[in-house]
Design a protein around this ligand. Sequence first.
Ligand SMILES: [Fe+2]
Length: 226
Amino acid sequence: MAQISSPPTKEIPRFDISQSVSMLFPTLLVVYDWPDSDALNKELAELLLAREKSMAKNGMQRSNAGGWQSPGNLITWPEEAFQTLKWRIETLVLNLTDQIVRDTGHKRTFRLTMDAWGNINRNGEYNVVHTHPNCMWSGCYYVQKGNPDPAIRQNGLLEMLDPREAANYLAVDNTILDGREFVDNVPGRMLLWPSWMKHMVHPFVGTGDRISIAYNVNVIEEQPQQ
Ligand SMILES: [Fe+2]
């Protein structure tokens, strides 16, 4: 329990203040672990490694420092694995939409537009701090972890950056109001966050291939017929 250094003039009563505290402006992060993903991930990894070889000259430069990024039309690629991934993204976004929309008393219908691209990072490669402009939700699906050196802290981890400027300007250290949010790249894990939220990927130090698929999604509400 918190103490004050000089004795109070009167005894301080302690009570449950939680009823009087609200947390304003929360920022959403979805972390969903898809079950039964091993076979899909193996297939996605093989396909992306093959694409990297065949499309080497068509790689994109986005937030990546090193590494390979595919063009953003991955969901149009014909292999079933990419169609399964597209379905997984749609499923998560539409369930999230159900969760956040207010009830208007009328049926509300939404459709999605989407870009997605593969990422392969190897030893020393990372993604600088960035946002994903011109969309609503962004996210990532983890295909393969590679073999990160366990001696390196935050090796290859995604870090979400607190959007509240100077929120860590707290005189008291180590409170629940100040924190850094790291997300482990567990294969089969799918994330969603608001596209405006800054994030980065810490350098991957190790052997093998760190493979993920990133995406941007827009949610468009269909207007009811008059
Ligand atoms: Fe990103």
